[in-house]
Design a protein around this ligand. Structure first.
Ligand SMILES: Nc1nc2c(ncn2[C@@H]2O[C@H](COP(=O)(O)OP(=O)(O)OP(=O)(O)O)[C@@H](O)[C@H]2O)c(=O)[nH]1
Length: 384
């Protein structure tokens, strides 16, 4: 069976294996103009913590389960949604652009047809690439589907097979390392500018606070003045402490003081915000590495997590960024934001198949409850 996509396979494999995006391009993925003034108004003002649902962000690798967690510290926060259904609805709505491709467009493939034919295989391949599953992953999935084509009668069955294949990638992921039972537990948050680091920290802080944890944020993104203001608002709303210095202070000093304060105050968890952009991008990694070394100086086993924030709308470039940050810092987990703003939600599959780093959180909107612990089953269910 010589399908056209098989003919194209060699070219595509070569394309997939071509050098990744150059380092500088990768760290400069988000044009400065687009995000330079992603100011405080984009943060808590428009995305005030509303839901007091401890399940929203249950981190499957650490701490007590949502059920075991103490009552939220801030009972006055009116829970927007208490049920898993509400969260799932949010997830589903956040993934609607990608679902349009994977559901509606697959339904369309079968218009006037009952069985999978060569044209359909070709069109499906295009759909998966469009959804940003990545060339290599798409080709693997297509091979499996081509092998099962005689058993696939109708769009429903095709989607079922696709779901199974996608889940197989998630199942093959390494189990996240068990969280260190350290106090304070230090999470260093990194990523290029504008991906959503500050916002993600705000959401995580709100979540931890609601679980009754004492949270401190070290505002070490001293490069962008608005970032400190933005994180300060999130901290206040989350009931978290904040350690901040003057604009353009040494970020490593802020990080050090943050850990220092956390130790003396008996803080449970510290989030260290970092800048995503410097005057010279060459120095970016050096500065972040310095922050890491400084954390170690004050607390030898810190940071306990290095959470890399990636923006789903940057597509495959996110993978290049992940490799770069991993080489420099040893990334322990990924938060993938802005899945709601893209039809390229297949990037989740690319990340899980192309990197050996657990995907811990996904962002499907700007609200606190829209940052969710990544759950493969729910994700796939929401996608189709
Ligand atoms: N739609 C949507 N927007 C998001 C999501 N996560 C973050 N954002 C928005 O992305 C924008 C940038 O977020 P920030 O948290 O400021 O990004 P940052 O990485 O801290 O930026 P720098 O400080 O410049 O490095 C803000 O407007 C956020 O509200 C998400 O999951 N969905």
């Amino acid at each position: 069976m010589a399908f056209n996509w098989f003919k194209k396979k060699k070219d595509k494999t070569e394309a997939a294996e071509s050098p990744a995006v150059p380092v500088e391009e990768a760290v400069e993925a988000v044009p400065a103009d687009e995000t330079a003034e992603a100011d405080a108004s984009a943060g808590p003002a428009s995305a005030a913590p509303a839901a007091a649902d401890p399940e929203v962000l249950e981190d499957r690798t650490q701490g007590p389960s949502a059920d075991e967690a103490p009552e939220p510290a801030q009972a006055d926060h009116a829970p927007a949604e208490k049920t898993g259904k509400g969260l799932f609805a949010r997830l589903k709505s956040g993934l609607s652009k990608t679902r349009q491709i994977l559901t509606t467009d697959i339904d369309d493939l079968f218009l006037g047809k009952k069985l999978v034919d060569d044209d359909m295989i070709e069109d499906l391949e295009e759909l998966l690439i469009t959804a940003d599953m990545g060339v290599g992953t798409t080709m693997e999935i297509m091979e499996k589907i081509a092998g099962k084509r005689s058993r696939i009668a109708g769009a429903g069955e095709l989607k079922k097979v696709l779901k199974e294949e996608i889940l197989a990638y998630f199942d093959a992921l390494p189990a996240p390392a068990p969280a260190a039972a350290a106090k304070p537990h230090v999470v260093m948050v990194v990523g290029v500018n504008g991906v959503g680091k500050t916002t993600t920290i705000g959401k995580l802080a709100a979540h931890e606070s609601r679980k009754g944890k004492k949270v401190l944020i070290a505002a070490a993104d001293t490069f962008r003045a608005a970032a400190v203001e933005q994180i300060a608002i999130w901290a206040e709303r989350a009931g978290a402490d904040i350690v901040r210095h003057k604009d353009n202070a040494d970020p490593a000093a802020v990080a050090y003081d943050g850990i220092d304060a956390a130790i003396s105050r008996g803080t449970d968890i510290v989030f260290v915000d970092t800048a995503g952009r410097l005057h010279t991008k060459v120095n970016l990694m050096e500065e972040i590495k310095k922050i890491r070394r400084t954390l170690v100086k004050r607390l030898p086993d810190a940071p306990h997590e290095v959470l890399l924030v990636l923006d789903a709308t940057t597509g495959q470039n996110a993978l290049s960024q992940a490799k770069l940050f991993d080489e420099a810092l040893g990334v322990t987990g990924i938060a993938l934001t802005k899945l709601d703003g893209t039809a390229k939600g297949g990037i989740v599959v690319s990340i899980c198949s192309g990197l050996n780093i657990p995907l811990k959180y996904i962002g499907v909107g700007e609200g606190v409850e829209d940052l969710q612990a990544f759950d493969p089953e729910k994700f796939v269910a929401a996608l189709f």
